[in-house]
Design a protein around this ligand. Structure first.
Ligand SMILES: [Zn+2]
Length: 291
């Protein structure tokens, strides 16, 4: 998609949100009260990527994060039932996926997380695109509203330029959430549903319905402004590749947070640790300005 189209999408989305505020007093009042806090939050929000410890070992070995297509030898990937993956169907399989904000795509086995500085968006020359929802969710959990577009057309119609999407993110946060920092917490859903572009189709729909996704064409260098890695303590102390990784990256200023797993709730614990990191970071930048 050309930069002009991406920009036209962004202008349209901002216009729709503005139109909604004209009709919805609660959203208008939230926006006017919160915008001053929501804009710096949106501008400084790190990008997150959750993965498995096995995948992290490969990422560390190759020093790059590869797209699904790259990991599949340059071919379109199929699922075990022979059908193409959601990413192939939506033509996003050449991209590496991040969320603007917390980890939100569950990783069930040995989850770990990488948190990147928002500078990644200006420093990386890879093609980058943002959407105001988790694109993959469109095929299973969400349905687009007020449209006859197919899921792939709907994704294309709502792709925005990076990092310019952050202005819309700030306005969206100010308009829809009781408190701007609610965006960081899964349980605090938007106070008004209308500005969300997708609605849940089933009870499994979650915060990915309103979480902004950022996709960078792969491969992405692993240390592209990396701020933090969150991994299980047992893995970090296994005396293996993870210890080398920690030594090297700590010397480059990357923060490591180690967590202990309890009763298979690894994903929940990782998510919590990620939110804690983001909360602290956002509190610091919003109070004191970027570090
Ligand atoms: Zn509203």
């Amino acid at each position: 998609m050309s930069p002009t189209d991406l920009n036209a999408n962004l202008v349209r989305l901002r216009g729709e949100l503005l139109k909604h505020r004209d009709l919805c007093n609660a959203c208008l009042s939230r926006h006017n009260t919160s915008l001053g806090q929501a804009i710096p939050l949106a501008m400084n929000l790190p990008l997150s990527l959750a993965t498995s410890s096995d995948a992290l070992e490969s990422i560390w070995g190759a020093q790059t994060i590869k797209s699904q297509r790259d990991l599949n030898g340059g071919l379109s990937k199929k699922k075990s039932d022979g059908s193409y993956t959601d990413e192939v169907i939506l033509h996003t399989d050449d991209d590496v996926f991040f969320f603007a904000g917390p980890f939100r795509y569950p990783v069930n086995s040995g989850p770990c997380g990488l948190i990147f500085s928002p500078e990644i968006e200006s420093k990386l020359s890879n093609r980058k695109i943002a959407t105001p929802f988790d694109s993959g969710g469109l095929l299973n959990h969400f349905k687009p509203l007020n449209t006859s577009l197919t899921p792939i057309e709907f994704v294309r119609a709502n792709e925005m330029p990076v990092p310019d999407y952050r202005t819309y993110l700030g306005e969206f946060i100010a308009t829809t959430f009781h408190e701007p920092t609610d965006y960081l917490h899964d349980d605090n859903a938007p106070a008004c549903d209308t500005p969300m572009l997708v609605k849940s189709k089933d009870p499994n729909a979650d915060a990915r319905q309103w979480t902004f996704e950022v996709r960078c064409q792969g491969p992405v260098p692993m240390d592209a402004p990396l701020m933090a890695i969150i991994i299980e303590r047992a893995l970090a102390q296994s005396g293996d590749w993870a210890e080398d990784m920690m030594m090297v990256l700590k010397s480059r200023g990357v923060v490591f947070t180690l967590f202990d797993t309890v009763d298979g709730s690894d994903w929940e614990i990782l998510k919590e640790q990620g939110q804690k990191f983001l909360d602290q970071h956002i509190r610091q930048v919003v109070t004191h300005g970027p570090l």
